[in-house]
Design a protein around this ligand. Structure first.
Ligand code: SF4
Ligand code: SF4
Ligand code: FES
Length: 317
């Protein structure tokens, strides 16, 4: 099979900007993208820089953007990509500085993982295999997804929030943080300490729930779900006192009281503790009021509010 590859190349000493270069290659139709790139390197482009190690979807080092989304090159079939996209466009990961060609600097990614201190803080007194065997299996089910992470960085590259805010801790680090908050061996005060750090700016409330991290993860870690669970844990621990935390509690309380969202009251309940933010939205509120678009903040509960409240009661709110 003859293929046309477009590869984003960048040499730090020669190029101002990365640029797409075209290559044509005869390959066996059962090759993976990684095998194809290795063949290209051996036959034509010895200088092409890429990372790989295990070639078996284990080490996570060969992640790159293939036809616009993050994939492990060693488990992506060239034939399937060609059938789907009629092309093979290969780029380095996003949201990380490019060192050369397809190799990016993963130091910020690893630094953020380090920030969540991914180990148990509580002293484990009983560590013999027999004691560990007594550890309830269902407790592992809580976080087994996260333990499947191979630190490939695909989620961080796809993350919308990281794209606009490089300080955001990112999906992999937050998923790892959840793993230790969910671990029953971690003491209550340590969990709370972790949660307190995670509700700070750049933490759990900065995720915009785009779901991209879930879509691209090759190991079904579902980082966004872990972040949602962390948010629930933070609210349960009484750490919802931020605009984003108050957004959720205000939403729930308003719907419970009135049976529907009150768009006039919601921002007030969110921002009443931050007068400077209220002042920022005031000009917009004034414009809306002048044009008759500002919803009234006082509503009667809807007909059938009792049924709505019953739903809340059943769900434990
Ligand atoms: S869901 Fe959140 S963490 Fe995941 S990619 Fe989107 S913004 Fe990033
Ligand atoms: S969560 Fe998934 S995508 Fe993110 S680093 Fe781990 S394995 Fe890769
Ligand atoms: S080379 Fe290890 S995951 Fe692809």
């Amino acid at each position: 099979m003859r293929i046309h590859l477009k590869i984003k190349r960048y040499h730090p000493e020669w190029d101002r900007e990365p640029q797409l270069k075209d290559y044509y290659l005869d390959i066996r139709s059962d090759l993976t993208v990684l095998e194809t790139l290795i063949q290209l390197k051996e036959e034509e482009e010895g200088g092409l820089a890429l990372r790989y190690s295990c070639r078996s979807a284990i080490c996570g080092s060969c992640t790159m953007r293939i036809n616009g989304s993050e994939k492990l090159a060693c488990q992506t079939s060239v034939r399937e990509e060609y059938e789907r996209f009629e092309a093979l466009k290969i780029e380095p990961l996003s949201n990380a500085p490019v060192i050369k060609d397809l190799v990016v600097d993963q130091a910020p990614f690893w630094g953020k993982l380090g920030e969540v201190s991914p180990w148990l803080h509580s002293e484990i007194l009983k560590e013999t295999p027999a004691d560990q065997a007594g550890f309830p299996k269902e407790a592992f089910n809580e976080f087994h997804n996260v333990d499947a992470c191979i630190m490939c960085g695909a989620c961080a590259s796809a993350c919308n929030s990281l794209e606009v805010s490089s300080g955001f801790m990112g999906p992999a680090a937050l998923a790892k943080a959840y793993r230790f908050v969910a671990d029953p061996r971690e003491a209550g005060q340590e969990k709370k300490k972790r949660l307190r750090a995670l509700v700070e700016p750049n933490g759990i409330w900065d995720c915009v729930r785009c779901n991209f991290c879930v879509e691209v993860c090759p190991k079904d870690v579902k980082p966004m779900e872990a972040i949602i669970r962390l948010r629930r844990e933070a609210l349960k621990a009484g750490l919802g006192d931020s605009p984003a935390g108050r957004h959720i509690t205000a939403f729930v309380n308003i719907v419970k009281k009135e049976g529907r969202l009150n768009e006039g009251l919601q921002p007030l309940k969110m921002l009443w503790k931050s007068p400077e933010k209220l002042l920022q939205v005031f000009p917009l509120a004034l414009k809306m009021w002048v044009r008759g678009k500002l919803p009234f903040i006082w509503h009667w509960p809807i007909k059938g509010i009792r049924s709505i409240r019953k739903i809340f009661k059943v769900r434990g709110f």
